[in-house]
Write a protein of this length. Structure first.
Ligand code: SAM
Ligand code: SF4
Length: 332
């Protein structure tokens, strides 16, 4: 059997993972992500269609992309999401499909996610307290997220909980979230707050070392475990806990050296780093008649000029302006 092609960037990093944001719309308004009034959402004709996404993923899989994560906005807000997931499951070369979801609309689809071979879902949940959930997301939907959590576990789908740590908002939840790993076989990952909130002032008060310090204060026996290759999280275990704890230094940007991912926004913009502001529009290329080969060459050209880390990517942004757009436009 012939060896599969591999994509590399100009820093010798292998690129085999796409994060595909299928919509910028969302039914929650997490305050670290989007202003209460929302943002100027992308007009529908400017969104990539599912056909375009599948064609693009076929072309990218031919040159070495093996893993795709569906994100958004909230993926399940987009109509007929399962059509896309079914198409991806049949795409040659795509070995892993994962999903990041807020869990509010996900529950009815869990059995089919399982049937499609989706083995792991990232569930965003910043608090276990319904009142605080409302304060963070501006919506009263905690019970639905919890139902999704239970259903995913029941279907033996691995759950990684994403939890952004915010001063004065949910820092009281940090230890209860760790406590969750005692009886549930989940990975709870704490994320440093990033500036992608749609223009509000930003300050990250919870550096990853402070998060780790807090966990160790309560669980002194916490110990480091092996991180998966290309992992963005530092991972830890606590004796007698069924799950594990991770910390994602997303603002400190400590993981760039092994970054294997690219991002594609709902309107088809390629971002070779979370912190850049887009390097080309693949949807426009497709609509202008580009062949698969032209898409593949354009991707390689972009990777030949990839920033070495998130700091360099941010410094190269349009007019040097810092990142502040809503994460719902990028997908995390
Ligand atoms: N709506 C889905 C969800 O919430 O899981 C998927 C999209 S959401 C933009 C993807 C991830 O980005 C979520 O886990 C969310 O917590 C994270 N996120 C959003 N804004 C962030 C910020 N300013 N700093 C750190 N993480 C953020
Ligand atoms: Fe929606 Fe996810 Fe952003 Fe929250 S983090 S507002 S759920 S897109």
């Amino acid at each position: 059997m012939s060896e599969r092609m591999k994509l590399y960037d100009n820093h010798g990093r292998v690129i085999n993972y796409v994060r595909l944001a299928v919509t910028d719309r969302c039914n929650l308004r997490c305050f670290y992500c989007m202003p209460e009034e929302g943002i100027d959402f992308v007009p529908r004709p400017m969104l990539m269609t599912y056909e375009e996404m599948l064609r693009m993923m076929r072309a990218l899989a031919q040159v070495g992309i093996e893993k795709v994560r569906i994100t958004g906005g909230e993926p399940f807000v987009r109509k007929d999401l399962m059509l896309l997931l079914r198409g991806l499951a049949e795409t040659e070369g795509i070995k892993t499909i994962n999903l990041t979801t807020n869990g509010t609309l996900t529950a009815p689809f869990v059995p089919e996610l399982k049937a499609l071979g989706i083995k792991s879902v990232n569930l965003s949940l910043d608090t276990l307290d319904p009142k605080r959930f409302y304060e963070v997301t501006r919506r009263d939907e905690f019970d639905k997220v919890w139902r999704t959590f239970e259903l995913l576990l029941k279907h033996d789908i691995k759950v990684k909980i994403n939890s952004v740590v915010m001063e004065g908002k949910n820092d009281a939840d940090l230890i209860p979230m760790v406590e969750l790993t005692k009886n549930y076989p989940v990975s709870v990952r704490f994320i440093e707050e990033m500036p992608f909130n749609g223009g509000e002032a930003h300050e990250n008060h919870w550096h990853w070392r402070r998060i780790l310090g807090k966990i160790k204060e309560f669980y002194p026996e916490t110990y480091k475990i092996q991180d998966e290759p290309h992992s963005t999280s530092y991972n830890y275990a606590i004796p007698n806990h069924s799950g594990t704890v991770g910390i994602i230094a997303a603002y400190s940007r400590t993981f760039c050296g092994t970054c294997n991912r690219i991002r594609i926004t709902p309107q088809g913009v390629l971002r070779t780093c979370l912190y850049d502001n887009g390097v080309m529009n693949l949807k426009d290329m497709m609509r202008e008649g580009a062949t698969d080969e032209q898409l593949q060459i354009a991707l390689q050209d972009a990777l030949n000029n990839r920033a070495k880390d998130g700091f360099e990517a941010e410094s190269r942004r349009f007019m040097g302006l810092p990142a502040s757009e809503s994460m719902t436009t990028i997908g995390g």
